[in-house]
Design a protein around this ligand. Structure first.
Ligand SMILES: [Zn+2]
Length: 282
């Protein structure tokens, strides 16, 4: 029995080594989180690197004192070739670092129309690449701001979406420039239609507060699991998927009968509107 178990272990190790070596399964995309304003804004900038060519983009480098040292070091030691700044929306804690980054790196800026120094606003569902292996699809999700864009990235194996202040782990952004109709569309049509195994990388670490609110509105196993994870991990970005959000994010469960009963509406946009008002008052 133990010999058989050893043989199985051996062969599975062999198979997994084979898989790792296979070019179509080799990971081509590397995502590095750069926390900014920890303890206050709890923002994230993200460095996305195509491992093969080392071409890289920096997403929302809003606080240059925390981002520039990372960019300079990796540029100087040859681990990245920075090609673009990407912004999720125009707010200062996302696009406010553009001018200072441009003083050190001459780069085009991809982002919504109101982002500082923006050079190109990609159309909804238009695509571009990072290096040879990473395909990016721009998804317009107006509401938190009218120029909010989420970026879906895929390398053939891994899928991720950078959601700015539209979708957080277990929550969503405030409706500063838009309506419940727009947020419903952004979350429950545009982002919900991404593959369920797409990892979510939001603009802020807000998970603990989002769970507190979610528990007032709904009790389910997914919310319990999210709460447990958030209690034991300081960072939650990239640890949950669009499929998980559909289970633990109350703003993506506007059709849940328990939530509908609580808010006193069944129409999805009304449910979204009421949930957001409750969260704003919380
Ligand atoms: Zn914002």
């Amino acid at each position: 029995m133990s010999l058989l178990a050893a043989t199985i272990r051996q062969s599975s190790r062999y198979i997994s080594n084979q898989s790792v070596a296979h070019p179509s399964i080799t990971r081509a995309m590397h995502i590095q989180s750069i926390p900014m304003w920890e303890g206050t804004g709890n923002n994230y900038a993200y460095l996305v690197v195509d491992d093969k060519t080392k071409e890289a983009v920096i997403i929302d480098p809003a606080h240059p004192p925390e981002v520039l040292p990372v960019l300079k070091k990796q540029t100087e030691d040859g681990s990245i070739k920075l090609t673009q700044i990407i912004n999720t929306h125009h707010h200062n804690d996302h696009a406010g670092g553009n001018s200072e980054i441009l003083e050190q790196f001459k780069l085009p800026i991809i982002g919504g129309k109101d982002c500082a120094k923006v050079t190109n606003t990609p159309a909804h569902k238009s695509t571009f690449s990072i290096g040879e292996s990473i395909k990016v699809t721009a998804l317009h999700t107006p509401c938190h701001t009218q120029d909010s864009i989420c970026y879906f990235v895929e390398d053939g194996t891994d899928k991720a979406v950078f959601t700015g202040d539209t979708l957080f782990i277990g929550g969503c952004g405030r409706f500063f420039e838009g309506s419940a109709t727009e947020m419903h569309k952004a979350l429950n049509e545009v982002l919900a239609s991404l593959p369920d195994d797409t990892k979510v990388y939001p603009g802020h670490e807000y998970t603990k507060g989002n769970v507190r609110f979610a528990k007032r509105v709904l009790q389910n196993d997914a919310i319990k699991k999210l709460e447990e994870f958030a209690q034991n991990n300081k960072e939650t970005q990239g640890k949950f998927t669009i499929g998980d959000e559909k289970k633990h994010n109350v703003f993506m469960r506007v059709n849940d009968p328990a939530i509908q009963a609580l808010v006193g509406h069944t129409e999805p946009v009304e449910v979204m509107k009421t949930l957001r008002e409750m969260k704003d008052r919380a």
